[in-house]
Ligand binder design. Structure first.
Ligand SMILES: [Zn+2]
Length: 234
């Protein structure tokens, strides 16, 4: 193969790999953000269920205090019954006692229902806690893996850029300018192989004469349609 052409093919190989590595590195911060976002959501779900159990337990304490008070009042009324002198007062206190007994049973029922709800909610909280713990471990592992991957890609990138720099010094100046213009205007592909009679850059059939010349790899030839520098392969 013509030396200039060979250098351009190698330069293109380096530029293509640089583009791939850059794209892979650019995608990593987004992946890390998504991992962190998922963890944040898991924590928010735990916070919500924790707030709910706290609210229920506070309500339970309130209801228990209320029950104590009502039970106290009931006992006082019941002990008063023995000191009462008139029938009228007696039936009034009896009526109060009935009312208080009803309150006690309503409160006891409410506390039982609430205890059931608390049990369900505590179970959900334990599950959310478990989920957050495993999400945290997983997020840490995944983030560290992605960060290691990013460091590796950056290392590879600087190697490739070094190789690219010395490779481009080997290419004759006007040819390098042509290459760089094409690289910019042809989506990162300036040098394309020709295969089965076609330019692999734009997939258009070359004239048989051009194709034959390209296959010999003895001169710098370009595709008539996309202008890419061609070389014969296969
Ligand atoms: Zn072409």
């Amino acid at each position: 193969m013509l030396a200039d052409l060979e250098r351009l093919v190698e330069l293109q190989r380096l530029d293509s790999e640089i583009a791939e590595v850059e794209a892979a590195a650019a995608a990593i911060p987004g992946v890390i953000r998504r991992i962190e976002e998922q963890l944040r959501k898991a924590k928010a779900a735990l916070d919500a269920v924790t707030a709910e159990t706290d609210r229920m337990m506070k309500l339970r304490r309130q209801q228990e205090r209320e029950l104590e008070e009502v039970t106290d009042q009931l006992k006082k009324r019941q002990s008063r019954l023995f000191e009462i002198k008139t029938n009228q007062e007696y039936s009034a206190v009896l009526k109060e006692i009935e009312g208080l007994k009803h309150k006690v049973s309503v409160l006891e029922e409410a506390i039982l229902v609430l205890l059931d709800q608390i049990e369900v909610e505590l179970k959900a909280r334990a599950e959310e806690e478990q989920r957050v713990r495993s999400s945290e471990a997983e997020a840490l592992r995944d983030t560290q893996r992605k960060e290691a991957e990013l460091r590796q890609l950056r290392g590879r990138l600087s190697e490739l850029q070094g190789a690219r720099k010395s490779q481009s010094k080997n290419v004759e100046s006007s040819l390098l300018q042509q290459y760089l213009r094409l690289l910019k205007s042809r989506a990162g592909l300036a040098v394309a192989p020709a295969r089965d009679g076609s330019c692999e850059g734009c997939h258009v059939a070359l004239t048989p004469q051009l194709y034959n010349e390209v296959r010999r790899n003895e001169e710098i030839l370009t595709c008539e349609r996309c202008g890419r520098i061609l070389y014969g392969k296969g």
